[in-house]
Design a protein around this ligand. Structure first.
Ligand SMILES: Nc1ncnc2c1ncn2[C@@H]1O[C@H](COP(=O)(O)OP(=O)(O)OP(=O)(O)O)[C@@H](O)[C@H]1O
Ligand SMILES: [Mg+2]
Length: 302
């Protein structure tokens, strides 16, 4: 076990139960290069007035299972760290490690809803959110909900090979109900809310209270609710969502994101609900001293 693993283990053992991290905890790194896949689209469900359930009402698992759509996802190997085509077996292993670290944090403090964000576009937020959700849902009797709240450049549906609509934007603008935006897969206990149709006012919609109510209503059914968001530097959306989620995970792409910009991002969430940093696309053994990461998650590329 590496020195970093040991230090993390010690820190988690010493952490008091009502722990609120002031400093980011290095979760680790995932690695490799990727591409894209085509999205499938589906007709927008238009509920009649009065048919949409009251926002925030508690939803039951059986109801979710029955009423969510099952479009049959086709995972894009470029986004799937568990695919045999992926460049690194180590990468999949690191997602399992990330998963178990999050479970250990959950034992110490209430933690269920998780925002994944980063400073700049293209750092791997979607890649990390998707693979973490898959890592959770592929365990026996573990259930995760993945929400694509990047209403500006949504990609989760591309990674999962899922229809992009109806989705969150349609729900937040009152054009779809909770069930019509939920997708499920019979094989894994993963549920998805895709981003939905493009809208001109994403920040307004995300702040209108409906997403918070939706998450409050649906989260008791899941071990984890993972929310993919846009980059922090460009727009306020991730900050808005973080206000009503339990924790924030910041993705940093190795050798890409300038250190001072990362510090600004961490500052935004520090003292609030910053859980830690995932160093993405790192080479194993490289020196990332600035972030105090060296090994752990990473590719086996040199
Ligand atoms: N660790 C990794 N290994 C392999 N490919 C990766 C890795 N991280 C990211 N990628 C690839 O890099 C590209 C950008 O990643 P991703 O879409 O997850 O970034 P993002 O931060 O969500 O971007 P945006 O800000 O545009 O939403 C994708 O093609 C993805 O497959
Ligand atoms: Mg993304």
């Amino acid at each position: 076990m590496s020195r970093i693993h040991e230090a993390l283990k010690r820190a988690e053992e010493q952490r008091p139960s009502a722990w609120k991290p002031a400093e980011p905890t290095p979760f680790g790194v995932a690695g490799g290069e990727g591409g894209s896949a085509s999205a499938v689209s589906r007709a927008l469900y238009s509920p009649k007035w009065g048919e949409i359930p009251a926002p925030g009402r508690r939803l039951r698992l059986e109801e979710l299972r029955q009423r969510s759509s099952k479009p049959g996802w086709k995972l894009n190997p470029d986004y799937d760290a568990f695919s045999p085509q992926h460049s690194s077996a180590l990468c999949a292993e690191q997602f399992r490690t990330l998963r178990s670290r999050l479970y250990r944090l959950k034992e110490k403090s209430p933690l269920r809803t998780l925002v994944v964000t980063s400073t700049l576009p293209g750092e791997g937020k979607t890649f990390v959110a998707l693979n973490l959700a898959l890592a959770i849902a592929r365990q026996h009797e573990r259930r995760a909900l993945l929400i694509d709240a990047d209403l500006r450049a949504s990609r989760i549906h591309v990674g999962l090979g899922a229809p992009s609509a109806p989705g969150l934007s349609d729900y937040l603008s009152g054009k779809a109900d909770e069930f019509s935006i939920l997708q499920a897969d019979p094989k894994v206990e993963l549920f998805l809310v895709p981003a939905g149709k493009p809208v001109p006012n994403p920040s307004e919609l995300l702040a209108n209270g409906m997403l918070k109510s939706f998450i409050d209503g649906v989260s008791p059914v899941f071990e984890w609710v993972i929310v993919d968001t846009p980059p922090v530097l460009a727009v306020a959306d991730a900050g808005i969502i973080a206000e009503f989620c339990d924790g924030v995970m910041v993705v940093v792409r190795a050798n890409k994101t300038p250190h001072d910009l990362v510090k600004t991002t961490l500052q935004e969430f520090r003292g609030n609900n910053l859980l830690g940093v995932v160093l993405n696309d790192a080479s194993e053994g490289a020196n990332y001293g600035g972030y105090s990461f060296r090994a752990g998650f990473g590719t086996d590329k040199k």
